[in-house]
Design a protein around this ligand. Sequence first.
Ligand code: ATP
Ligand code: LTN
Length: 327
Amino acid sequence: MPRVLSGIQPSGDLHLGNYFGAVRNWVADQERADAFYCIVDLHALTTSIEPGQLRRQTVDAACVLLAAGLDPNQCTLFVQSHVPAHQQLTWLLECTATVGELRRMTQFKDKGGGQETVRVGLFTYPVLMAADILLYNADQVPVGDDQRQHLELTREIAIRFNNRYGGVFTVPEATIPKVGARVMDLQHPERKMSKSVSSPLGTVGILEAPEEIERKIKKAVTDTDGEVRYDPESKPGLANLLSLLAASTDGRPEQLAENYDRYGDLKKDVAAALIEALRPLRERYAELDADRGEVLRLLGLGAVQAREVANETYARAADAVGLLAEP
Ligand code: ATP
Ligand code: LTN
């Protein structure tokens, strides 16, 4: 069985991009792989976030992931900060990666790289992510398209470390879905839907009420030429709607376009398909939300399982670089 690991930040309400780009595929992967899924609370500290909010959102994220279908009997779901080896391995990897490599990360540049006031943690963020992945000897990492470059860096770091110190790490691969890997903001279809950029009309939360989903899809920005065809370059808004329809009906955007003459009809079907695809999730979330004690218990069990694997890998890495084992 391949080993799979992925992570999500508890930085706000999960949205359609998180669902179609990542979480939905995590649910499928737990059946065919030995899967580890991590709520990366340390990564969320790279942006300004209230302590109480971080704590709340960490449990919220766990509720959503369980509601989406993660099954603690089939995968290990845990919180990153509950496994100290993530921070320990990060240091060893920071002494492997270079400043030049981190400077080239587009996410860092997009989020304000170059400014004096940007946090060091935002700069070193991809190294912590590499530690998340390498600690679990992951073969595959299911992520959205925006994480491609971070995965490339993780591979580079693993290969360099292995060459220098012997084969400690598995070199992972990104698994990026064919449809839904890049869900765009409904109001600004040239940029990705995101948790941390405020765009209330452009972002659809996966727990949002059906009427809200309908309203936002109706208001989604398209174009004025009136022709329904899948062309992400010149018709990004429409292409995004077709991709959302494809992602929620298992179709192909190019083909689905042929069924429509009018934007209004397409929008109606997109909203209906999304509402239907998310309905079970919303219902299960309500149950889990009412029993947060049980969710915390599950996270506790996940942390125990995760620590076992992570500590073993960290011990091998620490030994390989020459850190003296505690006598
Ligand atoms: P932030 O906006 O705070 O950076 P985010 O919305 O990008 O957060 P993350 O927690 O960083 O979300 O990402 C979790 C997963 O969701 C990753 O695998 C990422 O690739 C995926 N993802 C995030 N946004 C999108 C999107 N718009 N389309 C497809 N996948 C996405
Ligand atoms: N950097 C990712 C979140 C993330 C992640 C990971 C994804 C942190 N650690 C490990 C996959 C594997 C993001 O910003 N979306």
